[in-house]
Design a protein around this ligand. Structure first.
Ligand SMILES: Cc1cc2nc3c(=O)[nH]c(=O)nc-3n(C[C@H](O)[C@H](O)[C@H](O)COP(=O)(O)O)c2cc1C
Length: 216
């Protein structure tokens, strides 16, 4: 099967410069931000989507998509229900891997590292930016818990919608908030012809970062 890269033009992998290994030793953030911005400018749906991998109590990996809602030197922030499967897994084993794939650009980035909950004020500030419908949806769902039917779920939404009908600012759901993945390694992958792809692994050290090229 052939990968369908973006047609001709500036997005074509063939016209993109090779990854600058030396520049990546100055830090992983600028290039990750650039690739995400590129995907966003091209109109790719959910350009901040990343597949988050955790492990369960048996060591069985689990993965799902979440949205990266904060990107700084400290790490990558996503928001979720603290009672969800992923959150329970992270509480027990606070390490994660997250992969962005922008297939149209032949770009992939994988971040791995320890995970912490963000400060409640950070969650509160983000919560205020969420649309009311998303806030109500968060109140209505005990994420990852079984429920008997779609009708039961809809009834839960109707109940919270009525409960907050006279309330301008829907309060933060108790047990909902952010996690930050603090990168220990960040791998950049850039597709090239004949499987001769570029890969650069950026690794945290005591004093900064080192970047090394990996074979494809
Ligand atoms: C594009 C996309 C974005 C998503 N973003 C989030 C998110 O930011 N936070 C979240 O909790 N779930 C998000 N989800 C849903 C998760 O993939 C997942 O179904 C849910 O969090 C429950 O996962 P868990 O049972 O492993 O905790 C998203 C799904 C998709 C497809």
């Amino acid at each position: 099967m052939r990968v369908a890269y973006a047609a001709q033009g500036m997005n074509s992998p063939a016209q993109e410069s090779n990854l600058d290994v030396a520049a990546l030793a100055d830090g992983w953030l600028p290039l990750l931000q650039k690739w995400m911005d590129q995907a966003s400018a091209a109109g790719i749906a959910e350009p901040n989507a990343m597949v988050l991998a955790t492990v369960d109590a048996e060591g069985l990996p689990a993965s799902r998509t979440v949205l990266c809602k904060g990107l700084t030197e400290d790490g990558l922030v996503f928001y979720t229900n603290y009672g969800s499967g992923k959150a329970r897994q992270l509480d027990a084993h606070p390490y994660a891997s997250a992969t962005f794939s922008w297939i149209a650009f032949a770009h992939q980035v994988t971040v791995r590292g320890p995970v912490d909950r963000v400060d409640p004020e950070v969650t509160e500030a983000y919560w205020r930016t969420r649309p009311r419908g998303s806030q109500l949806g968060a109140w209505a769902s005990q994420q990852s818990r079984p429920i008997d039917s779609r009708a039961a779920l809809d009834a839960q939404l109707a109940e919270v919608t009525a409960r907050f009908s006279g309330v301008d600012d829907v309060p933060l759901v108790p047990g909902w908030g952010g996690f930050v993945i603090r990168p220990r390694t960040v791998e950049f992958w850039q597709g090239r012809a004949n499987r001769m792809h570029n890969r650069v692994l950026v690794t945290r050290t005591d004093t900064g970062w080192i970047a090394e090229r990996l074979q494809p």
